[in-house]
Design a protein around this ligand. Structure first.
Ligand code: HEC
Length: 98
């Protein structure tokens, strides 16, 4: 039983490719604030992104990046970020309360 728990623990900790760096996540999130509002709480037509699940947001951002998902702005914006940066920023927004 202990072994199974340990194995699960290892699997979970490896599912994040990078460690979360809160300061970097917050810095990167500033580039989203002009459209999505401070901390992703939108006051305009853009969707609120605060509190979106980390893996949900990361996969949406990757879809914009690789052209699977189209939008007016997002696929252009995400091109300026590395995959690891998109992961950090997704992590940041997932921790913001709506
Ligand atoms: C220039 C304005 C602009 C900036 C900057 C911007 N976004 Fe967006 N975002 C949009 C718009 C507009 C949409 C709606 C889809 C579209 O038309 O591209 C969107 C959609 C999204 C969605 C999908 C939301 C949903 O519910 O489907 C996510 C996630 C997202 N943005 C995250 C981010 C993140 C993270 C950043 C910063 C790294 C960011 N955006 C920066 C304009 C912007």
């Amino acid at each position: 039983m202990k072994r199974i728990a340990l194995a699960l623990f290892c699997l979970c900790s490896f599912s994040y490719a990078v460690d979360y760096d809160e300061l970097q996540g917050k810095m990167l999130s500033l580039s989203c604030a002009s459209c999505h509002g401070t901390d992703g709480k939108s006051v305009a037509v853009t969707p609120t992104i605060a509190g979106m699940g980390k893996s949900t947001m990361y996969s949406i951002l990757m879809q914009y990046k690789n052209g699977q998902r189209k939008g007016t702005m997002m696929q252009k914006h995400v091109k300026g970020f590395t995959d690891a940066e998109l992961e950090q920023v997704s992590y940041y927004f997932s921790k913001v309360k709506r």
